[in-house]
Write a protein that binds this ligand. Structure first.
Ligand SMILES: C[S@@+](CC[C@H](N)C(=O)[O-])C[C@H]1O[C@@H](n2cnc3c(N)ncnc32)[C@H](O)[C@@H]1O
Length: 303
């Protein structure tokens, strides 16, 4: 096995077909794609993901007019194929999200975290929240809507939400902030009425987030595997349903890096099937469902 859980090509038929339909996807193809996506985004794919890789890429390969996965692998591995390789990332990342997904986090934020942070903002202090894998914006907009429901004039203060994702295509949707009606099912009727406007975009009926909500959020492309350009700390970090795609050592490094970005008492919300692991466990108190508070107070006791 190699680091990606894919059998060494010399020992086991590299040409063995792992998934097929229009084009065969061989073990060698999958191994090369997995190595590239791991290097670029930390996303871990093993042989159990062969059908997923096939279904996400085969249509794209056809649209590029290529003969199959082999030619595609050669294209994305070549220096001239850098743009195609970035495009591959967009196809292989899972962008599923929802307004107020795992709503207990937004309730916790509203009831236990924002009261102090909003008081600090009112007193002239700085407040920063980071949505670290924001997908198409439904997560950061849910944060902003929660904040606005408590303090409609929050934009007058130094209160900002940073939303980042590795996928520029999904960030373009986030910046537009326009969604199909069914995406708004988890938004309360009162919030819909106050903060969304019905619009027509390319012949389709959409609901667009108000500029007063957008104004609180800055969207930037950021790869969690790369260096982070931050100077200051964040009071709250949402990093939900992304590290699940990383392997354990990568996850442990990410938790440590978040610890370095939170002040004493800062909060971290993670996805429903994720857990803080490794050394960072000593500085993150688990205070609720997938909800953590950063503290250095227990280090001696827990070590
Ligand atoms: C399943 S969505 C989660 C969205 C949102 N946080 C939620 O819980 O609803 C995962 C997002 O992580 C992004 N992603 C994957 N690998 C990443 C990386 N290395 N750095 C930053 N974002 C990444 C994907 O583009 C995708 O939009």
């Amino acid at each position: 096995m190699n680091a990606l859980g894919i059998k060494d090509q010399r020992q086991s038929g590299a040409d063995e077909v792992l998934a097929s339909g229009e084009y065969p996807l061989t073990r060698r193809d999958l191994s090369e794609i997995a190595a590239m996506i791991y290097a670029d985004a930390g996303i871990y794919l093993n042989e159990t993901k062969a059908s997923l890789v096939y279904s996400r890429l085969s249509k794209h390969i056809r649209s590029l007019g290529l003969s199959g996965f082999r030619e595609y692998c050669e294209l994305v591995a070549a220096p001239a194929g850098a743009a195609a390789r970035r495009e591959m990332l967009s196809h292989l990342t899972t962008n599923f999200t929802r307004f107020f997904r795992e709503n207990h986090h937004f309730e916790h934020l509203r009831d236990h975290v924002l009261p102090d942070l909003l008081n600090r903002a009112r007193a002239g202090g700085r407040v920063r929240i980071w949505s670290a894998a924001s997908s198409d914006g439904q997560e950061p907009y849910s944060i902003a809507l929660t904040v606005l429901s408590m303090m409609p004039n929050v934009a007058d203060y130094d209160f900002k939400i940073l939303a980042t994702d590795i996928d520029p295509k999904i960030l373009a949707i986030a910046r537009t902030g326009a969604y199909d009606e069914n995406a708004l099912e988890t938004v309360s009727p009162a919030m819909r009425k106050q903060w969304f406007t019905e619009v027509e975009m390319q012949g389709r009926r959409k609901f667009q987030v108000d500029d007063r909500v957008k104004r609180l959020i800055t969207y930037n492309e950021l790869n969690l595997m790369a260096q982070w350009p931050f100077k200051g700390k964040f009071d709250v970090i949402f990093c939900r349903n992304v590290v699940i795609y990383f392997d354990e050592p990568t996850q442990m490094k990410i938790w440590q890096r978040f610890a370095g970005l939170l002040p004493e008492g800062g909060h971290l919300y993670i996805g429903h099937s994720e857990r803080v692991s490794g050394e960072a466990k000593h500085v993150f108190d688990n205070i609720g469902i997938t909800t953590y508070r950063y503290t250095t107070k227990g280090i001696g006791r827990k070590a």
